[in-house]
Write a protein that binds this ligand. Structure first.
Ligand SMILES: Nc1ncnc2c1ncn2[C@@H]1O[C@H](COP(=O)(O)OP(=O)(O)OP(=O)(O)O)[C@@H](O)[C@H]1O
Ligand SMILES: [Mg+2]
Length: 645
């Protein structure tokens, strides 16, 4: 549970060593409870308890903490005077971070505590038994004081939590932009830097209550943002974070659903799929997993979803839905559907089958939530327009607003708009030809991959490619958050101005940045890590709409004449942050439609109130797709169909 930071539930092992360094006593709890407390002299202790065991108190005087793996839910605390070490593992990373921060902040403030100087003699002479109390939550003042002290003392005096080696984490990296673990203790704080809105908090609490959860919401409501927080609130050893596509998986630090399931593309028979999932590595993961998280669920094929549900029950030997796993799914079915390919011998692909149409979905009995507060856009008018487009509703207001963007100048400081294309090939051709047309030589940046033979896999699963060619004048996009407050975030657009020491200098919105290589870590299905080191850039004259799903883009233009999927126009338009940073070249109402199955699904979802389509609507069913033949003008359509509160 996320709390005030003074308690932690995780696996705990404590080892006491003798003078020769040999373990003379060891205590291990798979489900331990660790709490920060202090006695009446205000001395801080950590208390370790577990069911049916007596608790242990260890004084926090003279400790050193190894925090390098805190993001993986692991840390060790060495109690020098007691000659013992406590190993914490499988801790929800967010909780562990709060816990370490509370410990650090409280210990930093300790010297000024009023009772701190009470002499030991007075204490010993006192007839009162030693009293302990819980540590109170960290206040903003305490946090700021601790941060100031840490900054002042940096690099000279070790902090109370400094590890023995005090090696800056990441110093072996080619980039200096990764914060140290000590700095991350403050900056990646789940309370200060990554606030959740009320709706997001509600979903987080529901996820921690053990129920199967599906949360949805329009583009930019912070679904992926919240998912990252949920992942950090769950015990990492038993949590598998996945997404339907490699890039989306990388975005949340996970693997693809296909990698996790280990049954190939799911076309094999159930028996064969069970055999595949029963291979040692795959089986180990299936059995260990307790929480299965899937982002961009709209793109998971229904048949595949059904297959993995059956496989889960078989390999986990448990007849509950998904073999008793807790499922946390997230996505917006009004965005891109599963990619359906023609079956062998057939010329046309079958209409996409969504997960929500399967028995497996039904059996999971999801608690469903809809996030309504949009964070990507702030302009209410644009949000309203996007919400209409989402459900395939185009009226005069929508048409006028989008058509009026067709001639506006959105370019600034030589940064051109990114063209979103309905077909991947078109985007590739535009990028290649524009780069070729620039004067000067190309500089090639090749990725360094930690495991040979993983180039294709890493091309799929990281946003950066193995080979990147750049010239002065190249239009690029930043692929990592470098400095959030300065706007140097994933999706920021820029132009290459020069090269210094072989590395590009890029001008982003009024901000020049000397780029360095960055590291991407991809988890392999067996739990290992594969890394790619590359510049966090990609050519950005054009992108495919499919590749843009999930992104927030600075400055975009699009021609939607050749869109071929329900929701494709919505995905493209909703990447923009405002109408001022968007140019739609040839908008027509016919480019926008929603899938009728999706409309039906949302209509009946508990939390969503959809005003029924009226009899005057000119909505025609074409196969599996709902197309609007003309922009309806009736009064009925002057209201958005989805009520937005
Ligand atoms: N509670 C919040 N406070 C501040 N910013 C937020 C919050 N939630 C989300 N954001 C920001 O809003 C933007 C959109 O978030 P995110 O990409 O998670 O949305 P999404 O719902 O996953 O969108 P899409 O459906 O397009 O994938 C991001 O820049 C994110 O950092
Ligand atoms: Mg998202």
């Amino acid at each position: 549970m996320v709390d005030n930071g003074s308690t932690l539930s995780c696996a705990v092992t404590i080892e006491w060593l003798n003078k020769q360094g040999i373990v003379q006593r060891k205590v291990s709890h798979k489900k331990g409870f660790v709490q920060l407390i202090r006695d009446d002299r205000r001395e801080m202790f950590v208390q370790i308890s577990a069911e049916k065991c007596s608790s242990i108190k260890l004084s926090l005087k003279g400790i050193s903490v190894h925090k390098k793996f805190m993001n993986e839910g692991k840390t060790s605390i060495k109690f020098q005077p007691l000659n013992c070490t406590m190993y914490l593992s499988n801790a929800p990373p967010g909780d562990l971070l709060s816990f370490l921060r509370t410990m650090f902040v409280k210990m930093t403030g300790e010297k000024s505590a009023p009772n701190a100087n009470t002499s030991l003699r007075t204490q010993l002479l006192s007839s009162k038994p030693q009293q302990f109390e819980e540590i109170s939550p960290v206040t903003t003042i305490e946090l700021n004081n601790a941060m100031k002290k840490a900054t002042r003392a940096s690099d000279t005096t070790p902090s109370p939590l400094a590890g023995k080696k005090r090696k800056l984490e990441g110093s072996d990296r080619p980039s200096a932009s990764k914060p140290t673990s000590a700095k991350r203790l403050y900056t990646s704080s789940p309370i200060s830097n990554e606030p959740l809105d009320f709706e997001q908090k509600e979903v987080l609490d529901a996820c921690l209550s053990g129920r199967n959860i599906f949360f949805t919401g329009s583009a930019g409501t912070g679904k992926s943002y919240l998912l990252r927080r949920i992942i950090r609130a769950l015990p990492p050893d038993v949590t598998v974070a996945t997404a339907s596509t490699g890039v989306a998986a990388c975005h949340i630090g996970g693997i693809t659903l296909h990698q996790f399931a280990g049954i190939g593309n799911g076309d094999a028979s159930l028996e064969r799929s069970v055999q595949l999932a029963s291979k040692p590595v795959a089986l180990g993961i299936w059995k260990k997993c307790k929480y299965l998280i899937i982002d961009e669920i709209s793109m998971v094929d229904g048949d595949y979803f059904e297959k993995i549900e059956q496989v889960a029950r078989r390999v986990r030997n448990n007849e509950k839905p998904f073999g008793g796993l807790q499922l946390i799914l997230c996505g917006d079915f009004f965005q891109l559907p599963p990619v359906s390919k023609p079956k062998l011998g057939e010329s046309k692909a079958a209409p996409p089958k969504f997960c929500f149409k399967t028995n497996a979905w039904e059996s999971c009995r999801f608690n469903t939530f809809e996030l309504k507060r949009v964070h990507r856009q702030t302009d209410d008018r644009f949000i309203k327009i996007l919400n209409k487009i989402r459900i395939g509703h185009v009226d005069e207001e929508v048409t006028d607003a989008l058509m009026s963007t067709s001639k506006q100048t959105i370019e600034r400081d030589g940064i051109l708009a990114t063209r979103l294309c309905s077909h991947t090939k078109d985007a590739d051709i535009i990028n290649e030809s524009k780069l070729k047309a620039l004067p000067g030589h190309c500089i090639l940046f090749e990725a360094q991959d930690s495991v040979p033979g993983t180039t294709n896999m890493l091309d799929q699963q990281t946003p950066v490619s193995s080979k990147l060619e750049l010239k002065v004048g190249a239009q690029v996009m930043l692929l990592k958050n470098i400095n959030v407050s300065a706007g140097l975030v994933n999706g920021a657009r820029g132009v290459v101005k020069s090269f210094t020491e072989g590395l590009p200098v890029v001008l982003f919105k009024n901000k020049e940045l000397h780029l360095k290589k960055e590291r991407w870590v991809v988890k392999s299905a067996s739990g290992g890590s594969i890394t790619r080191v590359q510049l966090p850039l990609k050519l950005a004259w054009a992108f495919s709409i499919h590749k843009s799903q999930g992104l927030t883009l600075d400055c975009v233009e699009m021609s939607l004449g050749r869109v071929f999927e329900a929701g494709q126009a919505y995905v493209a338009l909703s990447r923009a942050q405002s109408l001022d940073s968007l140019r739609v070249l040839d908008f027509k109402a016919s480019q926008v439609w929603a899938n009728p199955d999706v409309l039906e699904f949302y209509r009946y979802m508990d939390q969503i109130r959809i005003i029924p389509l009226g009899p005057k609507s000119k909505i025609v069913n074409e196969g599996n797709v709902l197309r609007k033949k003309s922009a309806p003008k009736s009064k009925l359509y002057s209201k958005p169909l989805v009520t937005i509160s």
